[in-house]
Design a protein around this ligand. Structure first.
Ligand SMILES: Cc1cc2nc3c(=O)[nH]c(=O)nc-3n(C[C@H](O)[C@H](O)[C@H](O)COP(=O)(O)OP(=O)(O)OC[C@H]3O[C@@H](n4cnc5c(N)ncnc54)[C@H](O)[C@@H]3O)c2cc1C
Length: 416
C-alpha cells in the first residue's frame, strides 16, 4: 500500500510543525507557500513559549481600559479607521468572549493546549537538532504601580488555578533576577514555566531545512486560491497560476490569511490580523536573562541570540494596511524608561500579522464539509507556543486516533 499524502498550506511555524508530525507518521508531505522563505509572523515574534498565558485577551472590565489605549496614537491598541466597520462582527464576538463564564471555558481550553506544549515541542526540537534554541529560564512580569499589581491579582489567581506556578516578588527581588531593571519597578511575578527561543527565524529556517533534508518534505512556491474537488478520499487545491495539487489530506496553516481559504469551503470564521511591532537591538547595552513582560505598558523584552527584542502593540487594520514603524520606535523609547542603560541605536524594526480569533482560541479540526481538510490556524499571540502541539493534534486526526484532548472548543463550527 502506498504511503498516505498530505499537503500543508503555509510554511510558518504552525505549518512546518504540522509537516514534522505528519512526516513522523510516514505520510508523504508537501508544503505549499506563496513565499516559503519570506517574512511571516513566525520569523519576528517575541519568541516566548508562553505556556502560562491561559487568560483570554477579552476579560471582564477590559472595555473600561480600551478608550484610554485607543486615544494614545502609539499606544498598545489601535484600530485603523478604514478597517473599523469591517471589524465590528469580530469586536462583537470579542466582547462576548469576555463574559465570566466564557473566560472560564476559554481558560480551560487554552490550558488544555498549553499544559502539553513541552511534551510536544521538546521531542520535535531534539529530533531536528534544535534543542539548543529553547531557553527554559522563566519570565518576569513587572509592575511600576502598586495599583496595577493589585488589579491583576485576580488574573494571577486564575492562572494558579490552572496549574501555573506564580511567584510574587518585590521590586528589589526582581532586580536581583534582572539587575538591568530600573528602580521604578515595584513588584513582579516570576513564572518559571515560561521559556523563550533564541531566535524564532532560526527555528523556522532550521525546521524547514531539516524536513527537506531528513524527511524528504517538498516545499513548493505557490499561492493557493481554493479547493477544486473534495470527496471523502482526497482533497485538491489550486494555485493562482492554475497548478493543482491533491493529497489524502490538506492542512490549512496559512496564518492570518487562512480565513479566505476556509470560506472557499463554506466555513465562516472570524479571523483578523492583529498586527504587532518590535525592534531588535543588536547592541542593547543591557543584559537580561529571561523574557520580561511590562504589565502596565503591554510590551515585552526578550533576550535573543541576535540582540534584545522589544515588542508589543495590537493594531487592527486588515492584512493590506501599510505598517507604521513609528510603533516599533515608540516601543524602544518606552523600554528606555525601564532599562536606564539601554542603547537604542542600530535596531531593526519589524511588523507581523498575528492571526487573531475573538475568543483567543486557535482553529484546529476538520472542515465541516470536507473531513480530509484540516484547519490549523488562528493562534493569535500563541502560535509559536502552540505550534508543535497543533501539529501533534493534526497528526492524531489524520491517523484517526482518539482525540487526546476535547477538541470541540477549537472547532470551526463555533463560528457557523
Ligand atoms: C509582534 C508579535 C509577537 C508575537 N510573540 C509571540 C510569542 O512570544 N509567542 C508566541 O507563541 N507567539 C507569538 N506571536 C504569534 C505567532 O508569531 C503567530 O501566532 C505564529 O507565528 C503564526 O504562525 P503561522 O504559521 O500560523 O502563520 P505565519 O507565520 O504567518 O505563516 C503563514 C504562512 O502562510 C503563507 N500563506 C498565506 N496564505 C497563503 C496562500 N493563500 N497560499 C500559500 N501560502 C499562503 C504565508 O506566506 C506564510 O508563510 C507573536 C506575533 C507577533 C506579530
Amino acid at each position: 500500500m502506498s504511503a498516505q499524502s498530505a499537503i500543508v498550506i503555509g510554511a510558518g511555524v504552525v505549518g512546518l510543525s504540522t509537516a514534522f508530525h505528519l512526516a513522523a507518521e510516514d505520510l508523504t508531505v508537501t508544503v505549499v507557500d506563496r513565499d516559503p522563505l519570506g517574512d511571516k509572523a513566525s520569523f519576528g515574534n517575541a519568541a516566548g513559549i508562553a505556556v502560562t498565558e491561559v487568560v483570554p485577551a477579552s476579560v471582564p472590565g477590559l472595555a473600561l481600559k480600551i478608550p484610554g489605549w485607543l486615544l494614545d496614537p502609539l499606544g498598545p491598541l489601535a484600530v485603523r479607521p478604514a478597517h473599523a466597520l469591517k471589524l465590528l462582527p469580530w469586536l462583537w464576538a470579542f466582547s462576548r468572549a469576555g463574559r465570566p463564564e466564557e473566560v472560564e471555558r476559554i481558560g480551560a481550553a487554552l490550558s488544555a493546549l498549553n499544559s502539553r506544549v513541552y511534551d510536544d515541542l521538546e521531542p520535535m526540537l531534539d529530533a531536528c537538532g534544535l534543542s539548543g534554541e529553547l531557553q527554559r529560564r522563566g519570565a518576569l512580569t513587572v509592575y511600576e504601580s502598586e495599583k496595577a499589581f493589585r488589579n491583576d491579582a485576580e488574573e494571577w489567581s486564575f492562572k494558579r488555578r490552572h496549574g501555573i506556578e506564580v511567584r510574587a516578588l518585590s521590586g528589589d527581588e526582581a532586580r536581583e533576577f534582572e539587575p538591568a531593571l530600573s528602580p521604578v519597578i515595584t513588584n513582579a511575578i516570576l513564572t518559571p514555566q515560561w521559556s523563550h527561543i533564541n531566535d524564532p527565524k532560526a527555528l523556522v529556517d532550521g525546521l524547514r531545512s531539516w524536513l527537506m533534508r531528513e524527511r524528504g518534505v517538498q516545499i513548493l512556491t505557490g499561492e493557493v486560491r481554493g479547493f477544486v474537488t473534495q470527496d471523502s478520499q482526497r482533497a485538491t487545491l489550486y494555485c493562482e497560476d492554475g497548478r493543482e495539487f491533491s493529497g489524502d489530506f490538506v492542512v490549512v496553516a496559512a496564518g492570518a490569511w487562512s480565513g479566505v481559504l476556509a470560506q472557499t469551503l463554506g466555513d465562516r470564521v472570524l479571523l483578523e490580523s492583529e498586527r504587532g511591532y518590535n525592534t531588535t537591538l543588536p547592541e542593547p547595552g543591557v543584559e537580561i536573562s529571561r523574557e520580561i513582560i511590562f504589565a502596565e505598558r503591554k510590551f515585552v523584552a526578550t533576550p535573543l541570540s541576535i540582540g534584545l527584542r522589544i515588542g508589543g502593540a495590537a493594531e487592527f487594520g486588515g492584512l493590506d494596511a501599510v505598517a507604521n514603524y513609528k510603533r516599533s520606535e515608540a516601543l524602544v523609547s518606552l523600554a528606555s524608561r525601564y532599562f536606564p542603560k539601554l542603547n537604542p541605536r542600530g535596531g531593526t524594526a519589524w511588523a507581523g500579522h498575528r492571526p487573531a480569533t475573538p475568543d483567543s482560541l486557535p482553529v484546529i479540526g476538520r472542515a465541516r464539509r470536507c473531513p480530509n481538510v484540516i484547519y490549523a490556524f488562528g493562534h493569535g499571540h500563541l502560535g509559536l507556543t502552540q505550534a508543535a502541539t497543533t501539529g501533534r493534534i493534526v497528526a492524531d486526526l489524520v491517523k484517526g486516533r482518539p482525540d487526546s484532548i476535547n477538541l470541540s472548543p477549537y472547532s470551526i463550527s463555533r463560528f457557523n
